[in-house]
Design a protein around this ligand. Structure first.
Ligand SMILES: [Zn+2]
Length: 255
């Protein structure tokens, strides 16, 4: 049994877990499951709590939370000290973790907002919980490991993330938390969130283009994430709508 799975089972949250397996959880159940996973993760990772990257994560996070339409979520943003991992993920109920390695690609707050918007969108759509329920039904070993785990990267990086956090190796079948459909939805919703939060949505194009060149690509059918060309085409098709939101953003007057 996976160590993390064991920890979850031992530490309880049985109501949340049974809800999770049916794929139907109340917002309260999601929130308590996310909070519990957050506590466990915080014991395992080393956080950065000051400096420009930290300030950027907090700043972008609070602006995106303010336009999320879900003030009832307990939005939290953590910066994990791991310069080798260019990634981010979210736990149910809105606990976002960003790795310092992401700043190799996120050159400014707007580019960071593309990633945080994407992760917040997964949380808003409960993708983590639904995906865990699907995997549970499919009988995949270790499905609970992925509850709420979204990664703004490719499968290989997802594997690294799982490795880094849990110190265990992960196989490809093990690490596909979300469908490509969910990834595309997170890109689309994330784009609107960043625009509404006053970040130029064109930064999503620059970020995802740089990011897609990072690391080794796996064929799209093996990857949870859309092929870069599809991802960029989707974002481009939504750009007029996103730019309109950006023009109207309440945050623009503060700049
Ligand atoms: Zn994602």
């Amino acid at each position: 049994m996976h160590r993390f799975l064991k920890t979850i089972l031992i530490s309880g949250s049985l109501i949340a877990l049974s809800g999770c397996m049916s794929g139907k959880m109340s917002p309260q159940q999601e929130s308590s499951l996310g909070a519990q996973q957050e506590r466990q993760l915080l014991q395992k990772v080393k956080l950065v709590r000051s400096g420009k990257y930290y300030n950027a994560v907090r700043n972008v996070g609070s602006r995106i939370a303010s336009v999320s339409g879900r003030p009832d979520f307990q939005w939290r943003y953590h910066l994990v000290n791991n310069p080798k991992t260019a990634n981010a993920f979210v736990l149910p109920g809105g606990k976002v973790f960003v790795y310092t390695g992401l700043f190799k690609y996120a050159a400014n707050e707007a580019e960071l907002a593309a990633v945080i918007g994407h992760e917040v969108a997964h949380a808003l759509r409960s993708h983590g919980v639904k995906s865990a329920a699907r995997q549970q039904k499919a009988g995949l070993v270790g499905a609970l490991l992925q509850v709420g785990m979204s990664v703004a990267g490719i499968s290989k990086q997802t594997a690294q993330t799982v490795n880094n956090i849990y110190g265990q190796s992960a196989t490809l079948g093990y690490i596909r938390p979300y469908s490509r459909q969910n990834e595309t939805a997170a890109d689309s919703i994330g784009l609107m969130l960043m625009a509404e939060a006053g970040y130029d949505p064109r930064a999503a194009l620059s970020f995802w283009s740089k990011f897609s060149k990072h690391g080794q690509r796996v064929p799209e059918y093996l990857s949870t994430h859309p092929a870069p060309s599809n991802r960029i085409a989707n974002i481009k098709s939504l750009m007029p709508q996103a730019l309109a939101l950006y023009q109207k953003s309440k945050y623009r007057k503060y700049r």
